[in-house]
Ligand binder design. Structure first.
Ligand code: PLP
Length: 452
């Protein structure tokens, strides 16, 4: 009876993110989860699922970690809250800043704290515009992002986002955001005869005039846009391009940070150091809200010299002590348990599984994986590249079949795609990957039998 009441209250009182409103009102929630332990979550009916996507790609160390609960409790009892305003500080935020500086690539040694990924990108965009304004070049305000990108839902982050669904549902986005075709390495290197040149970052910079461009923002590996891994050389080409025109490079490591791709940070795969780097999600493995935008010593020092030091931007919860304490403990777990190495090793198992799916199912195509960030695409006819009709809801249907078989995966369907994302907690072993692949295989088969 309690469960029925929960369903009714959810229908009546709870407005879910990105959910068809009518459907939710009629059917109630897809799952009501009550417990989590390791890589598994249990719902209100006692059904246990393997969480193959770490919730929202964030529960990197898995569920039910006593150490993280203890760290939060201890910090709440010691100093429950402390602000970073008026030049105040506290020991945990200082220690976390130092720790992040020691981990981040290059001279990304300075952190500004937020409560999540959207706020981190929002802050990065404002830092970049503040920089150019203080440099006496206020006309340098345009931000170039990539099509298919996802940067969050605050006004600046949503304006930078390239996935159409997130922008089309409101009447106006912020001005001065431009979108380039992703991963056009040849164009970015300067080959103006390469196809798509006008819509590449370089093509857009040349058309708009570099003196109007403040920064470029991109995910090292696009997540929500379909797990799109850039070709070798792409990130380096964008770094070079930004250097050529003095444009600031922002990378969004909200998903790729903290081990997800088999390196601590995604950009390490290509040995690129951005000017600003946004992190969130895996910084606390989702146990508590925290994000940061990291910047280079050079950028911070230049800002200090330029602007009489006042950046009028900050959140009540910038550098929240409890969140910082949990982050420090979470990073300790990632390091002590060598979870970044494990993600790297498990990538091999994931590739084996994805290749097996491609070999055994006609509709399974284009396997992709980097660390424990992987996926497979469903195509009606891979030989001709024919996609499924949107009305088939191919990826969502397969994911529903997975849920029947106690496995949670995520369909990525924005912009007409049908990708199934696989991004389990970084603590998985070979057998867990095999379970995920076997269950996904059965689920694809069930879907094939129904529609083909
Ligand atoms: N950037 C990327 C790459 C993301 O995947 C997300 C969330 O999925 C965000 C930003 C937004 O982060 P948040 O939901 O914490 O605001």
């Amino acid at each position: 009876a309690m469960t029925e009441r929960l369903v009714e209250w959810d229908k009546k009182h709870y407005f879910h993110p990105t959910t068809p409103l009518k459907e939710q009102q009629a059917k109630g929630p897809a799952h009501i989860f009550t417990h989590g332990k390791g890589i598994h979550v249990t719902d209100v009916y006692g059904k246990e699922f393997l969480d193959g996507v770490s919730s929202l790609w964030n529960v990197n160390v898995g569920y039910g970690r006593q150490e993280l609960a203890d760290a939060a409790r201890e910090q709440m009892m010691t100093l429950a809250y402390g602000s970073s305003f008026f030049n105040n500080s506290h020991d945990v935020v200082i220690r976390l800043s130092q720790k992040l500086a020691s981990m981040a690539p290059g001279d990304l040694n300075v952190s500004f704290f937020t409560s999540g990924g959207s706020e981190s990108n929002e802050s990065a965009i404002k830092i970049v515009r503040h920089y150019w304004k203080m440099k006496g070049q206020p006309e340098r305000k345009k931000i170039i992002a990539l099509e298919r990108s996802y940067h969050g839902v605050t006004m600046g982050a949503t304006s930078a986002t390239g996935v159409p669904e997130f922008k089309n549902m409101i009447t106006a986005i912020a001005p001065d955001f431009l979108h380039a075709l992703p991963h056009q390495t040849e164009c970015e290197l300067g080959d103006s005869s390469a196809p798509g040149y006008e819509r590449s970052i370089r093509g857009i910079i040349e058309k708009e005039g570099p003196e109007t461009i403040a920064g470029v923002i991109l995910e090292p590996v696009q997540g929500v846009g379909g797990i799109q891994i850039p070709p070798e050389g792409y990130l380096q080409a964008v770094r070079q391009l930004c250097d050529e025109y003095g444009i600031l490079m922002m990378t969004d490591e909200v998903i790729t940070g903290f081990g997800r791709t088999g390196k601590m940070f995604g950009v390490e795969h290509w040995e690129v150091v951005p000017d600003l780097m946004s992190v969130a999600k895996g910084i606390t493995s989702g146990y508590i809200q925290l994000g940061a935008v990291m910047m280079t010593d050079r950028l911070r020092d230049e800002l200090a010299d330029l602007s009489d030091n006042v950046f009028f931007h900050g959140f009540t919860y910038s550098g929240h002590p409890t969140a910082c304490a949990v982050a420090l403990k979470n990073i300790e777990i990632i390091e002590n348990e060598r979870l970044v190495d494990n993600a790297k090793q498990m990538e091999q198992e994931l590739w084996k599984g994805l290749n097996y799916l491609q070999d055994t199912h006609k509709i399974a195509a284009k396997p992709r994986a980097i660390g424990l960030m992987g996926g497979i695409e469903l195509l009606a006819d891979p030989d001709n590249g024919t996609t499924f009709e949107p009305s088939t809801f191919a990826a969502p249907a397969v994911v529903e079949e997975c849920a029947k078989r106690n496995l949670i995966l995520r369909p990525l369907i924005f912009g007409g795609l049908n990708v199934i994302a696989i991004a389990p907690p970084l603590i998985v072993d070979k057998q867990d990957i095999e379970t995920i692949i076997a269950t996904l295989s059965d689920s694809i088969q069930a879907f094939e039998q129904r529609v083909m």
